[in-house]
Design a protein around this ligand. Structure first.
Ligand code: OAD
Ligand code: ZN
Length: 250
C-alpha cells in the first residue's frame, strides 16, 4: 500500500468507530464544483482586495459595487452542482449518530447535496438582510431585480447575509460549533487554508480536548503538524473513499 492508501485506511477505521463526527469545510470542498477558492494561484483574493469589497466600510462606501461582486459570485454558484465530496458528507451524516457540519462556505451546496445539521459560520449567499430592520429573506434571483435590493418591510437597502472582515460571528453560531467540537470523537477538516479565525482555531480546540483530527487538503497547511492525519489530495476523490468502496453519484 502506498502512503496515501495507508492513511485512508487509518482514517476509515477512525471514522467507523466514531459515534459523533464533526466536519469543518472551507472553499476547497467546492473547488471541484467550479467555485473559485479565496487564496492560492487562482484564488479570488488574487483579483480582489478583501478590504475593498468584503467589509462594512466598503459596503457603505459603495453598496452597488459590493452587490455587483456578490452578483458575480451568485452567478457562478447558481450554475455549480455539488461534487462527490459534498455527497459523501451527506451520506456520512445519514450514517452517523451525532453529526455536525460547520462550513465557512456561503454557497449552500451542502444543503443541496443533503446535509441537514449545518452551521454556516460565514452566512449564506442566497439570503438578503435589511440594513435597518434586520429582516432576512431568501433571494435566488440572478440578476436581481434591483441593486442594491430594497427591504419589503421598511424600504431600506439590503446587504448579503454574510459575515465580512471586521464583523463578529453571531454568538449562537460559535456556541453551536464549540458544543459540537466538545461532543465529537473525530473531526474532519476539509479544504480550508486555516488562516481565517475562528475556524482556524477549531481544529486546535479539538486537539486540546483530545479529539482525533483528520485533515483533507491539496497541500499541507500551517496547522497540519498538529493533526493526527493529513490526507493530501482532492476532497472530491478522497471523501468517497473514507467510508465506502463502491458508490456512484449522479
Ligand atoms: P482558502 O481559499 O483560504 O483555502 C482553500 C483551501 O482549500 C486551500 O488550503 C487549498 O489548498 C484547498 N483546496 C483547494 N482545492 C481543493 C480540493 N479540490 N480538495 C481539497 N482541498 C482543496 O479558503 P478558506 O480556508 O475557506 O471568509 O477561506 C476562509 C475564509 O476566508 C472564507 O470563508 C472567506 C475568506 O476570506 C470571508 O469572506 C469572511
Ligand atoms: Zn427592513
Amino acid at each position: 500500500m502506498d502512503e496515501l492508501a495507508e492513511k485512508i485506511a487509518d482514517a476509515r477505521d477512525r471514522l467507523a468507530g466514531a459515534a459523533s463526527i464533526i466536519v469543518l469545510t472551507g472553499a476547497g470542498i467546492s473547488a471541484e464544483s467550479g467555485i473559485p477558492t479565496f487564496r492560492g494561484q487562482e484564488g479570488l483574493w488574487q483579483s480582489f482586495r478583501p478590504e475593498e469589497l468584503a467589509t462594512p466600510d466598503a459596503f457603505w462606501n459603495d453598496p452597488k459595487l459590493v452587490w455587483e461582486w456578490y452578483e458575480w459570485r451568485r452567478n457562478i454558484v447558481k450554475q455549480a452542482k455539488p461534487n462527490p465530496g459534498h455527497y459523501a458528507l451527506a451520506e456520512l451524516e445519514a450514517e452517523t449518530h451525532n453529526f455536525t457540519l460547520i462550513t465557512q462556505n456561503i454557497d449552500g451546496l451542502h444543503q443541496i447535496s443533503g446535509n441537514r445539521n449545518i452551521v454556516e459560520i460565514h452566512g449564506n449567499l442566497w439570503q438578503v438582510r435589511c440594513t435597518k430592520c434586520g429582516d432576512i429573506v431568501e433571494n435566488h434571483d440572478v440578476p436581481m431585480a434591483e441593486l442594491p435590493p430594497r427591504c419589503q418591510k421598511c424600504g431600506e437597502i439590503g446587504r448579503p447575509n454574510v459575515v465580512w472582515f471586521n464583523e463578529v460571528i453571531p454568538m449562537d453560531v460559535i456556541d453551536r460549533s464549540l458544543k459540537a467540537i466538545e461532543e465529537c470523537d473525530v473531526m474532519l477538516i476539509i479544504g480550508t487554508s486555516g488562516i481565517v479565525e475562528p475556524a482556524a482555531s477549531m481544529g486546535l480546540v479539538a486537539k486540546q480536548t483530545g479529539k482525533c483530527v483528520i485533515e483533507i487538503n491539496l497541500e499541507m497547511t500551517p496547522s497540519s503538524p498538529l493533526y493526527d492525519l493529513t490526507l493530501l489530495g482532492k476532497s472530491g476523490e478522497i471523501l468517497p473513499l473514507l467510508y465506502t468502496t463502491e458508490r456512484t453519484y449522479s
